[in-house]
Write a protein that binds this ligand. Structure first.
Ligand code: 5AD
Ligand code: FES
Length: 338
């Protein structure tokens, strides 16, 4: 099955479930994902500087530390000038792409976002936004102002599980957002959580087929990490091994896309991101946020590098990549279709 997938980039739902369930074939799966990664997107590891610019959020996702019902969060909102200063430092330390991430709020009206985007583009950066569900008009305005990419995980393709996890939100609207982003010409990143309470292997297989049907340009997959400040604080964490298998399968099904080694993987294993880079991943998003914002943006506990500086992480991570014998990407790391 792994060999078939390596050559054809196709697997049925049943085959995906078998591979996700199987313990024995993991080595072969990881080796095939690493090979497809090397053949299709090469050895370069593309770094994106992650700037977490506000933890204000109107949503109430059961798993997320920034949910509006968490009174323990000190909320912050960086000014446009502060965000641009962090982006300038990121560009100076070598990043070609920044990812601007925040909770969902009206704190940055379209005009402010457009101003921010113009400033980021003036720095010569490729810009990915990760600011949640917006209207089509807003996505259009961001795109016109220069946004190149947009990251919006579907989280899970099980609509009922999704709506249980995110009270008041609609799964159909999330799909609408992804479709709008596609049509507007963004490079679209999506992805899922692995190990949500009530999630099945069949549903994870659906997630993979969804990424393929959407023709996602980027897929980020990470384990669910229970946050004690949320209603799921006592739930079991997602499995790192299963998350890695999901990531490896995403590489087999979508051979030429960008796949990040996600930070949540590193929370469960001290070398989680490096392992991911050896099992299909070709991208990493070191944290480029500075000041108090860096630790206040707490989706889950045990956030890695919360006390480090952006410069420290950039060089630390650069060394880690070089220890793998892989070069750091010199371009902007856009998806190149094979
Ligand atoms: N554990 C792991 N990942 C989480 N995210 C949010 N909360 C958690 C958690 N407790 C992920 C979501 C979101 C991304 C920005 O962070 O998948 O899309
Ligand atoms: Fe942050 Fe190594 S990547 S300390």
């Amino acid at each position: 099955m792994v060999e078939k997938a390596r050559l054809s980039h196709r697997l049925t739902h049943g085959e995906l479930v078998t591979l996700l369930a199987g313990g024995g074939a993991d080595g072969a799966l990881f080796a095939a994902a690493d090979r497809v990664r090397r053949e299709q997107v090469g050895e370069e590891v593309h770094l994106r500087g992650l700037i977490e610019f506000s933890n204000l959020c109107r949503q109430d996702c059961l798993y997320c530390g920034l949910r509006r019902s968490n009174p323990g969060v000190r909320r912050f909102q960086l000014a446009i000038g502060e965000i641009l200063e962090m982006a300038r430092e990121a560009a100076e330390s070598g990043y070609r792409t920044v990812v601007l991430q925040s909770g969902e709020s009206a704190a940055y009206p379209t005009g402010a976002m457009v101003e921010l985007l113009h400033g980021l583009k003036a720095l010569g950066l490729t810009v990915a936004l990760s600011v949640g569900e917006k209207t089509r008009r807003e996505y259009e305005a961001y795109r016109r102002a220069g946004a190149d990419r947009y990251l919006l995980r579907i989280e899970t393709t099980d609509a009922r599980l999704y709506e249980r996890m995110s009270p008041g939100m609609s799964w159909a609207n999330r799909v609408r957002c992804l479709m709008d982003l596609r049509r507007l010409g963004y490079e679209v990143g999506t992805g899922c959580l692995v190990g949500l309470p009530g999630q099945s292997l069949a549903s994870l297989a659906d997630d993979l087929l969804f990424f393929q049907a959407l023709d996602a340009d980027m897929v980020g997959i990470g384990p669910f990490i229970p946050n004690p400040e949320t209603p799921l604080g006592a739930a079991a964490p997602g499995s790192l091994a299963l998350s890695m298998k999901m990531m490896a399968l995403a590489r087999l099904l979508l051979p030429d896309i960008n796949i990040p080694a996600t930070t949540a993987m590193e929370v469960l294993h001290p070398q989680g991101r490096l392992l991911a880079l050896m099992r299909g991943a070709n991208v990493a998003m070191p944290n480029a946020t500075s000041g108090p914002a860096r630790s206040l943006y707490a989706l889950y506990p045990g956030k890695v590098c919360a006390q480090e500086t952006p410069r420290h992480c950039r060089s630390c991570f650069g060394e880690k990549i070089q220890s793998l014998g892989r070069p750091i990407g010199t371009g902007n790391g856009a998806r190149i279709r094979s």
